[in-house]
Design a protein around this ligand. Sequence first.
Ligand SMILES: *[C@@H]1O[C@H](CO)[C@@H](O)[C@H](O)[C@H]1NC(C)=O
Ligand SMILES: *[C@@H]1O[C@H](CO)[C@@H](O)[C@H](O)[C@H]1NC(C)=O
Ligand SMILES: *[C@@H]1O[C@H](CO)[C@@H](O)[C@H](O)[C@H]1NC(C)=O
Ligand SMILES: *[C@@H]1O[C@H](CO)[C@@H](O)[C@H](O)[C@H]1NC(C)=O
Ligand SMILES: *[C@@H]1O[C@H](CO)[C@@H](O)[C@H](O)[C@H]1NC(C)=O
Ligand SMILES: *[C@@H]1O[C@H](CO)[C@@H](O)[C@H](O)[C@H]1NC(C)=O
Ligand SMILES: *[C@@H]1O[C@H](CO)[C@@H](O)[C@H](O)[C@H]1NC(C)=O
Ligand SMILES: *[C@@H]1O[C@H](CO)[C@@H](O)[C@H](O)[C@H]1NC(C)=O
Ligand SMILES: *[C@@H]1O[C@H](CO)[C@@H](O)[C@H](O)[C@H]1NC(C)=O
Ligand SMILES: *[C@@H]1O[C@H](CO)[C@@H](O)[C@H](O)[C@H]1NC(C)=O
Ligand SMILES: *[C@@H]1O[C@H](CO)[C@@H](O)[C@H](O)[C@H]1NC(C)=O
Ligand SMILES: *[C@@H]1O[C@H](CO)[C@@H](O)[C@H](O)[C@H]1NC(C)=O
Length: 482
Amino acid sequence: MIGMTPLLVFLFSVFSSSIQSETVIPPRQTTFSVTDYGAIGDGKHYNTPHIQAAIDDCHAAGGGSVRFPTGNYLTGTIYLRSGVILNITENATILGGTRLKDYPLESRKWYVVLAEKVTNVLITGWGRIDGQGGKFVKKMDERKNVMVSWNSTGACYGDKCRPRLVGFFDSRNVTVSNVILREPAHSNLHIVRCENTTIDNLILEGDFNIPNNNGVHIQDSNNIVIKDCLIDNGGHAITLKAHTGAVHNLTVIQSELRTRSSAIKLESSSRFGFKGLLFDHITILDSHRGLTLQLHDRGNASDITFSNIEINKDYNDSMSWWKRSEPIYITTCPPAPPHDLNSKVLGGGGGSVTNLQFINISSHSEDGVFLSGSSEGVLSNLKFINVNLTYYRRKPAKDLEEYGLVDCRHRGCRVDGYDDIECQSIAGMILENIDGLLIENMKMRWNKSEHLKGWNRALDFSPSTVNNITLLGFNSGFISHA
Ligand SMILES: *[C@@H]1O[C@H](CO)[C@@H](O)[C@H](O)[C@H]1NC(C)=O
Ligand SMILES: *[C@@H]1O[C@H](CO)[C@@H](O)[C@H](O)[C@H]1NC(C)=O
Ligand SMILES: *[C@@H]1O[C@H](CO)[C@@H](O)[C@H](O)[C@H]1NC(C)=O
Ligand SMILES: *[C@@H]1O[C@H](CO)[C@@H](O)[C@H](O)[C@H]1NC(C)=O
Ligand SMILES: *[C@@H]1O[C@H](CO)[C@@H](O)[C@H](O)[C@H]1NC(C)=O
Ligand SMILES: *[C@@H]1O[C@H](CO)[C@@H](O)[C@H](O)[C@H]1NC(C)=O
Ligand SMILES: *[C@@H]1O[C@H](CO)[C@@H](O)[C@H](O)[C@H]1NC(C)=O
Ligand SMILES: *[C@@H]1O[C@H](CO)[C@@H](O)[C@H](O)[C@H]1NC(C)=O
Ligand SMILES: *[C@@H]1O[C@H](CO)[C@@H](O)[C@H](O)[C@H]1NC(C)=O
Ligand SMILES: *[C@@H]1O[C@H](CO)[C@@H](O)[C@H](O)[C@H]1NC(C)=O
Ligand SMILES: *[C@@H]1O[C@H](CO)[C@@H](O)[C@H](O)[C@H]1NC(C)=O
Ligand SMILES: *[C@@H]1O[C@H](CO)[C@@H](O)[C@H](O)[C@H]1NC(C)=O
């Protein structure tokens, strides 16, 4: 089936380079077109071995570019190798297969494009990688689609058993730039245990009704830049997890996030720390939660700045479990008993948060800022400088009973399940277990024309758990309708 043998392609490219001048050493930067390997971009033929052969030859040649010309290239998992540039050109699409047999046996390797232990790789070209997520929908549901689950083999359990789009594991110098990653069946882009990663000029598109449809998921990785991205996904837009190692030195700048879940989330199952993170010049379009730190598993977080961020929590979803929810939400939990009393798995909790700054933030939301440390995981040295918080309702007052006043789902700490949920009324800022909070130049605004019942306290804290608060310029009032 392969049109030209890989060896011929290699010889041809060496030859074509050397005819320019016989004395010049052929450049290492060689191009391998997938169509030369027999790939057919008709969206119907599977091209897995052809694409893989092009990548393997490119790697064997010491690196270069694997080019996808115009066309739709259907494929099972393809493995990216060191030194390879995946050049998916403007009108080319890599289409992820929809059959179980398109993916490796181990479910943790279910990605359309997978890179393990590679260095110096790049995915670019303004083309697309498309997971065909829609084809994994078993039953459409506005609240949450019922998805195909490939758990029949026992490979994995429950409703998360389907392929992701692009994954990098244990790799160095990874760049994903100028591409469109769309319609993942599960989540979109994973960076796990990687060093030196650049993600820029990306469009990540998912479906609001597909569950677990996260945008960028960074785990146990350091030195990361995410810039000029547009992320529009049903799951969290950017999620960070420190599960087997720390996450430090990460910058996210100049990006737009739209999500049905949290725009930025530091995940709860983080046993290691987060340090040195900057989120700057970010616009959050619709979202349920804006900025979330949910440290429920011993990991600490420190030296984190959120600056120049506009949070529009306008997503008005009467279907979901999120209730009204918060623009900024931080919780830590005390140590919990082991998850499984018969195993040596440690319980979570106890993470603390220190040196956190919010500078130049403006938000529109239904619920307030929620800052809740725990006795073992105090929030210390927090700063809110130049912050405008505007509160108004999207859900009608008559639905208070049905929707509750606050997001009860993850409020505070849960030892097991949902048993200690406390649905209190909403305040502009709710503070618990904090040591050192500076608020400098904060404006809180309320929509006067609305029914304020259960919803009209500005600051809510008690001195027994909250120590050393400084307010320098705090103004609360109604929205002026001038
Ligand atoms: C990708 O291919 C296009 C079209 O051939 C070319 O213009 C571009 O320079 C290539 N990019 C890289 C990084 O190789
Ligand atoms: C891609 O397709 C568009 C629309 O058909 C066309 O205008 C453009 O020239 C194509 N680009 C390339 C590189 O073929
Ligand atoms: C990183 O990878 C790119 C290819 O994407 C390469 O051009 C560059 O030289 C690499 N950087 C280092 C420091 O090796
Ligand atoms: C597959 O997932 C479904 C839905 O969560 C569950 O009912 C079933 O027990 C799972 N089967 C296996 C073999 O994991
Ligand atoms: C990551 O990049 C930094 C700065 O460019 C460099 O000093 C370091 O060696 C790189 N780390 C790895 C593991 O490539
Ligand atoms: C932080 O990450 C950036 C981008 O990868 C890198 O250039 C810089 O050297 C890193 N800084 C440290 C202290 O590692
Ligand atoms: C978190 O911080 C506490 C207090 O400084 C420290 O005892 C603990 O080891 C830290 N946890 C991790 C996972 O680094
Ligand atoms: C906050 O905004 C002001 C006014 O636009 C600007 O001068 C300042 O540099 C910003 N601060 C940060 C940390 O970006
Ligand atoms: C807060 O609102 C004031 C106007 O009342 C405006 O001048 C200022 O720039 C706003 N700050 C932010 C961070 O949006
Ligand atoms: C929000 O959704 C509820 C329930 O569907 C609806 O009644 C209400 O009008 C919506 N509010 C806005 C501002 O769209
Ligand atoms: C109170 O908190 C501020 C930060 O807001 C910190 O600079 C100061 O040292 C703290 N004071 C005491 C007595 O802990
Ligand atoms: C304030 O409430 C009024 C009356 O319910 C509504 O018409 C208006 O849109 C609200 N303003 C905002 C900014 O939501």
